[in-house]
Design a protein around this ligand. Structure first.
Ligand code: UD1
Length: 365
């Protein structure tokens, strides 16, 4: 079996890493395509190193741009690769622009060369059509021959959209495969010490959603909330490039002296810091899942989440919407007083480190 895996942006790398290894261990031919939607060492190369991902077979060099530019560039550059490689399966993870672009190319080539499309992390829905990721998720699922889900709630979403049940297979959460594999290295690293932080006595925050950072008022509200938190507990903020640009444009840098700002961190450093945190505050999808797997309380700065299982079962809570500094602080206090749970004790079904094996079995079947 020949399987093409497509990765483009930071949250994709931890999902493809275990699948790539499992495919090669099982004797299948894996072809790795990196669209290079993310291309900086900090957003891409560091993750290849930390997650032991081998060199890609094809790099598309699409880089940054508008949604249309990014999607179109991936499509143009990906099509000839699928035509020449003639894979049995194309495997796309998540919900970034590269995901949808590769899905569209595969679906259109399917009648010509017989390749089929599998979507990793299928069926998640925020029901918020203003999010580019929601468009990417729904349309990728609509194109897919095989929809591989991370949690059971995804099945109800797909059924409501009329996707036949025989196309949908529960595989659990691939991020947890990567997390469990690298947790010993993360614990040995003690990244907190490099920031003069004491394990269990600091918070970590990340922020990069366009709805929180591209609008100056929203960005100021989030930063005021994080500033209020930092008066109670040291707070480390690794700054996503999008957020860094918006902080500079708003002239906010001087007002953030109370926060520990740092450039984006590699996978093992970030895992080490999240594992040692009292509370995580984020608008990232991946961190909502990682904190649930680790038992670390999480406050999510969004109106809704496409990962509701992290709230109903895990350690996540949504800050009151619309966001205010007082609401963020109150949610942080509630999360902190709830405290940590033993790792894995709040993990949903299938968040067990064996999802890649279930993915490969689903493709073989
Ligand atoms: C993308 C995904 C988002 C995901 C996020 C994780 C889409 C629509 N969005 O958002 O779902 O949660 O990745 O990080 O696909 N930049 C760099 N270096 C890089 C990459 C980007 O400096 O390696 C800067 C560029 O100025 C770029 C900006 O960051 O314009 C935003 O990058 P982009 O890939 O467009 O979107 P993200 O906000 O990263």
């Amino acid at each position: 079996m020949k399987v093409m895996l497509v990765a483009g942006a930071r949250p994709n790398f931890m999902k493809i890493a275990p699948v790539l290894r499992q495919l090669e261990r099982a004797g299948h031919t894996a072809v790795l395509v990196h669209t290079e939607q993310h291309y900086d060492e900090q957003m891409s190369g560091a993750f290849f190193n930390d997650l032991w991902i081998r060199e890609p077979d094809h790099c598309l060099g699409v880089g940054s741009g508008s949604h249309a530019q990014q999607t179109a560039r991936v499509m143009e550059r990906f099509e000839p690769i699928v035509e020449s490689e003639q894979p049995d399966w194309v495997l796309v993870p998540g919900d970034v622009n590269s995901t949808l672009a590769a899905a569209l190319v595969t679906a259109k080539l399917r009648p010509l060369i017989g390749c089929r499309l599998a979507h990793l992390e299928a069926g998640l829905r925020s029901f918020d059509w203003r999010m580019p990721e929601e468009l990417n998720r729904v349309l990728t699922d609509r194109c897919a021959d095989l929809l591989l889900t991370p949690s059971r709630d995804a099945h109800g979403n797909l059924e409501r959209e009329g996707i036949p049940a025989e196309r949908v297979v529960f595989v659990g959460n691939l991020m947890v495969d990567s997390l469990l594999e690298r947790l010993p290295a993360a614990r040995a690293r003690n990244a907190a010490a490099a920031f003069d932080l004491v394990p269990g006595h600091y918070a970590v925050a990340t922020l990069h959603r366009p709805s929180n950072v591209d609008d100056e008022r929203a960005l100021r509200t989030c930063m005021a909330g994080l500033g209020a938190v930092a008066e109670e507990l040291p707070l480390l903020l690794p700054v996503h490039p999008r957020t860094g640009q918006q902080i500079a444009a708003a002239g906010l840098a001087a007002e953030l002296g109370c926060l520990h700002l740092t450039p984006p961190l590699g996978y093992v450093d970030m895992l080490s810091l999240v594992d040692g945190a009292a509370v995580v505050i984020t608008d990232s999808g991946g961190l909502q899942e990682e904190t649930t797997a680790l038992g670390v309380p999480c406050v999510t700065l969004r109106e809704q989440t496409e990962r509701p299982i992290t709230v109903t079962m895990g350690t996540n809570r949504l800050a009151p919407w619309p966001l205010t500094a007082a609401g963020i602080l109150a949610s942080f206090r509630a999360a902190r007083s709830e405290g940590r749970s033993p790792p894995g004790s709040r993990s949903p079904e299938g968040w067990d480190g064996h999802s890649a094996a279930r993915v490969v079995a689903a493709l073989e079947n």
